[in-house]
Design a protein around this ligand. Structure first.
Ligand code: SAM
Length: 254
């Protein structure tokens, strides 16, 4: 069912529909962290296991921008004063997203362009192989935002065996085709990556929103780390998958 009502919205759970319609129903200032992992403009229909799929065809980059701009604008309107938006994208669109968010929030709200180095895949004889995604972080305000630096294993000889504050390069292995975590949704992101982002950028009990949640990785990360979650996806198969994943999730981890 596509929701078209404009009535206020329950600030929890997973809902099916175009996120633009659903976002318009969120009270302003309600979301502590919004993470978006939109279609990347690959020009393909993305198909996962058991035929689960979503479309990522765009006639032009302008068409992709016309899709993403109003949705990012609506997400920004939903953020609390110390809230943040993270947009997961890659070389195809990251520069457009930066311009868009500079325009909407101002460059002083830019915090990080995180690099998720995923490693998987082949090499290229023509250029350096493209082996990372970008996660662009802007805070809602220039002067205050929530951040708890994630601790990751140190790699230098001097610090070996100890933890250090993470840098803007996150080395989290991508899910290979045999990974137990794989749920069949194409472009599923690793839970470990989302847990790092959610812990770092949303306070405990805060509201985490993923308006294009796919199989619900962000929502599982929020539940695991004692944050509240709200997820949207226009694809009914994604919503079914995300809901069943949330129902079978482990108890929260500290
Ligand atoms: C890259 S996938 C998200 C994958 C997700 N992060 C995961 O780990 O499973 C992008 C998602 O955006 C959804 N989507 C595309 N356009 C949308 C729209 N207008 N409103 C809501 N969801 C949309 C697609 O159905 C797809 O599930």
């Amino acid at each position: 069912m596509i929701v078209t009502s404009t009535a206020p919205f329950p600030l929890e759970g997973i809902h099916q529909g175009d996120c633009l319609d659903l976002l318009k129903r969120l009270p302003p200032g309600s979301v502590d962290l919004a993470y978006l992992d939109p279609p990347f403009a690959t020009g393909r229909r993305l198909i996962g296991r058991e035929g689960l799929a979503f479309d990522d065809h765009w006639p032009t980059m302008e068409a992709w921008m016309e899709f993403i701009a109003p949705r990012i604008r609506a997400v920004v309107a939903s953020l609390t004063n110390t809230g943040s938006i993270l947009v997961h994208c890659d070389w195809r669109t990251s520069h457009h997203v930066r311009f868009l968010l500079d325009d909407l929030l101002g460059p002083q709200c830019f915090q990080n362009q995180l690099v998720w180095g995923y490693g998987l895949g082949g090499s290229s004889p023509k250029r350096f192989a493209r082996k990372h995604d970008d996660i662009i972080w802007y805070s809602a305000r220039p002067d205050a935002w929530y951040f708890e630096p994630p601790m990751v294993p140190a790699t230098s000889n001097r610090m070996r065996g100890r933890l250090k504050k993470a840098t803007d390069v996150l080395d989290v292995p991508a899910l290979n085709n045999m990974a137990k975590e794989r749920n069949g949704w194409p472009t599923q992101k690793p839970l470990a990556l989302l847990e790092i982002l959610v812990r770092a950028c949303a306070p405990e009990d805060g509201l985490v929103l993923d308006p294009m949640c796919g199989s619900g990785t962000t929502l599982v990360a929020a539940q695991n780390t004692r944050r509240r979650f709200l997820g949207f996806d226009r694809c009914p198969d994604a919503v079914t998958l995300a809901r069943s994943r949330l129902e079978t999730v482990d108890a929260p981890r500290s």
